[in-house]
Design a protein around this ligand. Sequence first.
Ligand code: IMP
Length: 194
Amino acid sequence: MKLVFATHNSHKLSEVQRMLPPGLTLLTLDEIGCHQEIPETADTIEGNAIQKARYVKERYGYDTFADDTGLEVRALDNAPGVYSARYAGEAKDNEANINLLLENLQQQSDRAAQFKTIFALCLGTELYTFEGIVRGEITHERHGAGGFGYDAVFLPEGYKDTFAQMTQEQKNRISHRGRALQKLSAFLEQRNEK
Ligand code: IMP
């Protein structure tokens, strides 16, 4: 079975490759000749994941999956959500995003937040979605140097370390993306066995 993962992010690609069942050939966008940016103009995380998977399926014909992620902060009415990458502007600057988040939460005692990932899969004429959520809280300052995005200020529930203080393996085991990917992977494995 051949599947395209609709991302230009090589970090995500290798993470996903490691977690998918054997017997599945993962194709990259470059390999199918898709070099352009894929539009992400929906106003929900799920909408963006579906938009990206459909974009590739409709133009290139391959069965495709795509993901989209957002950080939802309860005291900020679930912002930045679908706008997580560009919270502080179009530059998509992680440090500026964290600064703005900490500033907006300065007077807040409620620090509850969650990461949500949706994987959308276009298989033949069918569309499937898989959700992964990790709950936690936003710390008052940065801790740790690993990871990316908001990792340095996200403390997952039940843990003493932020995502940025964990190894990649520790984070993958409990993360939003890891959990959604486990569901996608189990689904594909089951289909492969039929
Ligand atoms: P994307 O949909 O995976 O590109 O994620 C959108 C934005 O959410 C990223 O630019 C990051 O700011 C944030 N984000 C996504 N996944 C993570 C993560 O695992 N840790 C921290 N931030 C993340």
